[in-house]
Design a binder for this molecule. Structure first.
Ligand code: TRP
Length: 325
């Protein structure tokens, strides 16, 4: 199968992202042809700083390689370097009713948030995403739940194109994060862990051991003393147990037994140690990669070449079908 996903260039990556999504990508790249790219064109649709965009892109690439995306196994590149993404987006635009785009949940949310900058790109965002996906004849797209509507639109556009111009595209499926892998905020366990919140509420994959320790020890727990998984009565403790369980591959039941006669502080101490040990190799690798400028450039240049070969072939086929050549 061909698997593809895009990564926004901005923001920290936290353990919620790792356990919910990245872990799955690492498994997928073992047995499939995977394509991962930095969606820099998408990032232009909300306010951004052109002076730091390149730096954010490089940092993101380094972070993902540090946690295990493997340039030997996957195609890794930057979206704007392959002009066919924008080219195909234009053609798909002509098949996409404006009304469908106006109905998209993310568009509605972002137009509320960025009232002074409701640009056409923001509305068109899902069509560019459809182009990303279809250009590589992708079978499946691992994404967060907030992106499933966009993958649905991609299927609709693929179907329309196929009907109008002859069978060209696969209708891609979304692959959703596994059940039970939703990690909540450390300061408000009723809310999802998010990089746009206060840094105390999440653990970045590259946080220092001291910071990890502090954040976990200060995390919100619940009334009572018992260490038990109970989402309604004990959302804080349940969240800590979930993180613990996912990092150690130990079932929650076993952890409840382990901490049967212990208090919240014991759970937190033990979890902090586990998280620190788990993240240590990522931090080391990231530190090393930051100094290897040439190596990173090489990875991107190879990724670009591989992506381009596929993109140009598909685009040629599309142009022929549409009558542009
Ligand atoms: N919109 C996605 C997100 O915000 C990023 C993205 C861009 C993407 N193009 C894509 C994801 C294609 C999957 C496939 O997370």
């Amino acid at each position: 199968m061909r698997i593809l996903s895009g990564i926004q260039p901005t923001g920290d990556i936290h353990i919620g992202n790792y356990l919910g999504a990245i872990k799955q990508w690492l498994l997928l790249q073992e047995k499939n042809e995977c394509v991962f790219f930095i969606a820099d064109l998408h990032s232009l649709t909300v306010p951004f700083d052109p002076k730091i965009l390149q730096k954010s892109i490089t940092e993101k690439i380094i972070s993902y390689i540090a946690v295990g995306l493997d340039p030997e196994k996957s195609i890794i590149f930057v979206q704007s370097q392959i002009k066919e993404h924008a080219e195909l987006a234009w053609i798909l635009n002509t098949l996409c009713p404006v009304g469908e785009l106006e109905r998209m949940t993310q568009y509605k949310e972002k137009s509320k948030k960025f009232k002074d900058n409701i640009n056409a790109g923001l509305l068109d965002y899902p069509v560019l995403m459809a182009a990303d996906i279809l250009l590589y004849k992708t079978d499946a797209v691992p994404v967060g739940k907030d992106q499933t509507q966009h993958v649905e639109l991609t299927r609709t556009l693929a179907k329309k194109f196929n009907q109008k111009f002859g069978k060209t595209f696969v209708e891609p499926k979304a692959i959703l994060p596994k059940f039970g892998s939703k990690i909540m905020s450390l300061t408000n366990p009723k809310k999802k862990m998010s990089k746009t919140d206060n840094p105390q509420s999440y653990i970045s994959l590259f946080d220092t051991p001291e910071n990890i320790q502090k954040k976990i020890m200060a995390s919100t727990t619940d009334s009572g003393k018992q260490i038990k998984y109970d989402l309604t009565k004990k959302p804080g403790v349940s969240n800590l147990l979930t993180i613990y369980s996912l990092l150690t591959d130990k079932p929650i039941k076993e952890l409840e037994k382990k901490f049967k006669d212990k208090g919240y502080a014991d759970l937190k101490k033990s979890l902090a140690k586990t998280v620190i040990e788990f993240l240590e190799p990522f931090r080391k690798k990231q530190k090393e990669l930051v100094t290897r400028d040439v190596y990173i450039k090489e990875i991107l240049s190879r990724g670009k070449n591989r992506a381009q070969t596929i993109a140009q072939t598909t685009m040629q086929e599309i142009k022929e079908k549409v009558g542009l050549v």
